[in-house]
Design a protein around this ligand. Structure first.
Ligand code: ADP
Ligand code: MG
Length: 217
């Protein structure tokens, strides 16, 4: 069983009278222990794909399975449960709950995920967040926000870790740190998918896929 499989995914958007094919017949299998980078220019469908793989949106055609269970076309509550149990999502908007401190955010995410996950305190220390653990997200720097988002994404020991341009807002040094941590902290049976237009990010992957006009080439 692969942690993540997508078969024949299509996603269309309508803008006025024009239909935009954001994704066309995209299939993807990610094996345990694998890091896959999906690259492509702006508008090629990367974020659309990531949202679908996270169960935050449903495809117009095709199917997505996570940890052997169908994720696509489930009820919102079932999709949310599958996401909490199996998927960590890292986006530029960080996914941190604004009214909770860094530590509370990590504990909350850990409580929803796998019991095998790292202890929240250890995660906070290893990601260099100890000094800001009681701070609210809005008071963090760009790099701290990125690392706190990573701590939350990793807290539940997800089978599938999904990252959308995770290093777009951070310095080059922080980019390297975050990419190293992304790979190092993945559970042994898990898989990581990073969508990015940055070539440096793709260098950290085992496999690089290219998305052009919604198709994998
Ligand atoms: P990327 O992340 O690679 O920049 P996106 O997945 O954001 O690409 O977008 C792919 C295409 O779908 C683009 O043409 C974009 O304009 C369009 N698109 C994305 N989201 C929407 C939406 N909610 N409504 C209409 N069009 C959208
Ligand atoms: Mg995008």
């Amino acid at each position: 069983m692969n942690p993540l499989e997508a078969y024949g995914i299509h996603r269309f958007y309508r803008r006025g009278d024009t239909e935009i094919a954001a994704l066309r017949d995209v299939s993807l299998t990610c094996a345990a222990g694998e890091t896959v980078a999906v690259t492509g220019p702006s508008g090629s469908g990367k974020s659309t794909l990531l949202h679908l793989l996270a169960g935050l949106d449903d495809p117009d055609g095709g199917r997505i399975d996570v940890a052997g269970q169908r994720l696509s076309h489930q009820s919102p509550s079932r999709a949310a449960r599958l996401r909490a149990a199996h998927i960590g999502v890292l986006t530029q908007s960080s996914g941190l709950l604004g009214h909770l401190s860094v530590q509370e955010n990590v504990r909350f995410a850990a409580s929803l995920g796998h019991a095998r996950g790292p202890a929240p305190a250890e995660l906070i220390d290893r990601l260099g967040l100890h000094a800001v653990r009681h701070s609210l997200p809005r008071t963090l720097s760009g790099g701290e926000t990125a690392r706190a988002g990573l701590a939350v994404a990793l807290a539940g020991a997800p089978d599938v870790l999904l990252a959308d341009e995770p290093t777009a807002e951070v310095s080059r040094d922080e980019e390297t740190t975050i990419l190293d941590l992304l790979t190092r902290w993945r559970p042994p049976g898990g898989t990581t998918v990073i969508v990015t237009h940055a070539a440096a990010v793709a260098e950290h992957a085992d496999r690089v896929l290219h998305l052009v006009d919604g198709r994998l080439t």
